[in-house]
Design a protein. Structure first.
Length: 372
């Protein structure tokens, strides 16, 4: 049995594939696993690190904004439509997978189209509430469409009955209790704890708004804060904090460049401020964390807004659009939620109610079902 994964470009396309591959490797050790991506994407590094055979095809996406530079890029993308299909067909013939499973990104297009033409079983998984262009195009032709959120089905036209599976998340996030996490951090079990981050590179608007929250809390010490600035902003951010008298050893407010113990901090948190990427939203649900979501307006199809709305309409999160975000309002929202323990408890319960904690198993089961 040979399962071929395909997807790339962003961690949101790669990590779900690696999570499912890990489940299959652990539970079906005789199953061969391979992965097709692009040499320029993150998958080129992450997949081999996870221990899987990696192959690449050269493909490019189309640029929607028409500039002289983008016109030439689009001409090159048209050329690669044909060459990537030839490359994909050669790999499929050589590797002979029983099924090809796509998780998003431009590379899925040529590989899954060629697999379907060759009579190989095909499946895709959409991680967001609003599907990406590639998954929308492939949905009518593949054998199975799986989605993380029910809302995605409104914008897909699958040829067969779709399956709601949830999004696979890091297993470590499910294995740490709040009490144990707080012991590790050496903070009181009854303290209010706020976790905030804007991604590995950081989000300037979240950083700027959190400045006000941090300034207020350093003086009042009402709650513990764990904030990640992101790589691009950390030095400047620490200088801004220093200018208002922030002591990094104050013990209540903790500011990092990057959070490398997310399992501990997520478990310890009572409230989370963050973007609304597919993986983050699913992690919040599985961990039962109330959130203030600030979706990025700069992503394709504005999918983070739709992800955030899927939690908001289930009363599991509050949503602040970036255009409406400022430090004063964010601080008021945090204070309001921390002062209403019943509200936080209800948000946590609602998040858990819509969570699918075993998405990796569900997806693996569906793939094996098609092969058999």
């Amino acid at each position: 049995m040979h399962i071929m994964f395909v997807g790339g470009g962003t961690a949101g396309h790669i990590n779900p594939a690696i999570a499912v591959a890990g489940y299959i490797r652990d539970n079906y050790p005789d199953c061969k696993i391979s992965y097709i991506g692009t040499k320029k994407g993150m998958e080129n590094r992450l997949v081999p690190l996870a221990g899987y055979d990696f192959y690449s095809v050269d493909v490019a996406g189309f640029q929607r904004k028409l500039t002289v530079k983008n016109i030439f890029r689009n001409i090159d993308a048209v050329r690669k439509v044909f060459t990537s299909s030839i490359e994909a067909r050669k790999l499929l013939k050589a590797l002979k997978p029983d099924i090809v499973f796509g998780t998003g990104g431009y590379v899925c297009g040529p590989v899954l189209r060629e697999a379907a033409k060759m009579g190989i079983k095909t499946a895709v998984h959409e991680a967001n509430a609003y599907p990406g262009v590639t998954i929308k195009m492939l949905a009518p032709t593949v054998d199975l469409v799986m989605v993380a959120m029910e809302d995605a089905l409104k914008n897909l036209n699958p040829k067969n009955e779709p399956v709601i599976t949830g999004n696979p998340i890091r297993s470590s996030l499910k294995s740490v209790s709040k009490a144990d996490a707080r012991k590790v951090l050496n903070i009181p079990q009854n303290a209010d704890v706020l976790l905030s981050f804007g991604g590995s590179l950081g989000a300037r608007v979240i950083n700027d708004a959190m400045l006000e929250v941090i300034k207020q809390d350093v003086d009042s010490k009402e709650f513990y804060i764990y904030h990640a600035t992101g790589k691009n902003a950390h030095k400047e951010y620490m200088e801004k904090l220093a200018s208002v008298g922030f002591d990094p050893d104050n013990g209540v407010v903790n500011v990092y460049e990057y959070i490398d113990n997310m399992d501990i901090l997520m478990a310890a948190a009572d409230l989370v401020i963050c973007r609304a990427g597919a993986m983050t939203v699913n992690e919040l649900q599985v961990c039962g964390k109330p959130a203030i979501l600030i979706p990025s307006p700069y992503v394709a199809e504005n999918h983070q807004f739709h992800n955030a709305m899927s939690l908001k309409k289930n009363n599991a999160a509050e949503l602040i659009e970036e255009k409406d975000l400022n430090g004063e309002e964010l601080y008021k929202t945090v204070k309001r939620l921390f002062s209403d323990k019943d509200k936080l408890r209800s948000m946590s319960e609602q998040a858990l109610k819509i969570a699918i904690p075993d998405a990796d198993r569900r997806i693996a089961d569906e793939l094996l079902k098609i092969i058999k």
